[in-house]
Design a protein around this ligand. Sequence first.
Ligand SMILES: C[S@@+](CC[C@H](N)C(=O)[O-])C[C@H]1O[C@@H](n2cnc3c(N)ncnc32)[C@H](O)[C@@H]1O
Length: 470
Amino acid sequence: MGRKNTDKIVFHQIQVLDAGAKGVSVAKAPDGKVIFIPNVVPGDVVDVQTFKKRKAYYEGKAVKFHELSDYRVEPICEHFGVCGGCKWQNMKYSQQLVFKQNEVKNHLQRIGKIELPEFETILGSEKQFFYRNKMEFSFSNSRWLTEKEIGSTEDLGNRNALGFHIPKMWDKILDINKCHLQEDPSNAIRNEIRAFANEHNLAFFNPREHSGLLRTVMIRTVSTGEIMVLIQFFEENKEQRELILDNLYEKFTQITSLQYVVNGKPNDTIYDQNVILYKGRDYILEEMEGLKFSINAKSFYQTNSDQAYELYKITRDFADLTGNETVYDLYTGTGTIAQFVSKKAKKVIGVESVPEAIIDAKANAERNNITNCEFFVGDMKVVFNEAFIAQHGKPDVIITDPPRDGMHKDVVEQILKIAPKRVVYVSCNSATQARDLALMDEKYKVTRVRPVDMFPQTHHVENVVLLELR
Ligand SMILES: C[S@@+](CC[C@H](N)C(=O)[O-])C[C@H]1O[C@@H](n2cnc3c(N)ncnc32)[C@H](O)[C@@H]1O
């Protein structure tokens, strides 16, 4: 069996047919099986060498291009193809949007199997690059080498890198010179940190031995111009830590929040770590329609701020509030949607499982002088029960924005039981959304659907659906 799976076959002159899941395109092999091929564009005609064979499909890579698709554009990033970040950068943006809209349609039709209205056209992002407000980079002393470097006889010097993980290689980091996802001075900050660390012989993380000083960098930017930088160290070394932090704060006077973490754990997540403020304040402030939202190092905030505003406007429009409604905002995060719709509602109840997010939600509501929002912590399937609803009032409208897994079936059941007249379902995974819509079909009719592109150059797509009581 092992042999079969690694057998390499070359299929000639294969036309790439469609954009598939996770940014990998699909084609058909001469035997009728599907072939998944990365780094090609629908419309290309290629020779494909397979590297994996399964019962129903192959995985392969393009080894020769015979024709190039009309949908192709020249990727602008020097790291394209190696970096796993922007897999669709070689495709025209207008075509990315077509594939995203099709994916949502396919999921809702094939998985949902429900009656659907005409889809509203996907809302594209005005910014197709430099749209992210948060980036995280990792240090490594074993930089990913290009084929040219591997073949070279020259001394490559140290192999320190600060950049992104190579897909599926936990210990290899691609050194990033310029990333096109976050506005400046993001690139300048990252490059300065790397140059300074190299100049002063500060040790980059060794992922195999688990040693070294420098582990990760997070940069958060907002529309108000404030900037947060957080450096994660693996070891405590006061002198070296202060050296690099002081240099950064001196060189980038725009930084309003400089923080650090010393994390000696095997994994580099900071969510269970003590974040220490070094300079400035421990949060940055984002603004949307006059509302201010504080974002701290651990806060969830939609990573494309401009499109988040568009997404929230569509959500508010679908909710069609008059000022008399009790609204529930399920999976409220830091309460942004709740506060965004609050002016048009009698009251809004937000529920979320992360306690820190609810602390932020309450602080933000107070900062914004909003008095008709209340926020509660807990696992949705546990908190959203009869007693909770009796206490806070039956909702007229529910807005729900669950994580990728969609809603727990008990949450769907509860919605069906209390049957608000309208449900606005915001989703970052239209496959699980389609599953949930099917469960709600007995009582709700889908009356509006509008996909929103929050992540140009990637296959990800957000979708907003309005459900009305039959
Ligand atoms: C897609 S985010 C939505 C956040 C928010 N609506 C916004 O736009 O910023 C989903 C949220 O659901 C929360 N969450 C995940 N699982 C949950 C659960 N079982 N119960 C309650 N909240 C949960 C996550 O912490 C996250 O804040």
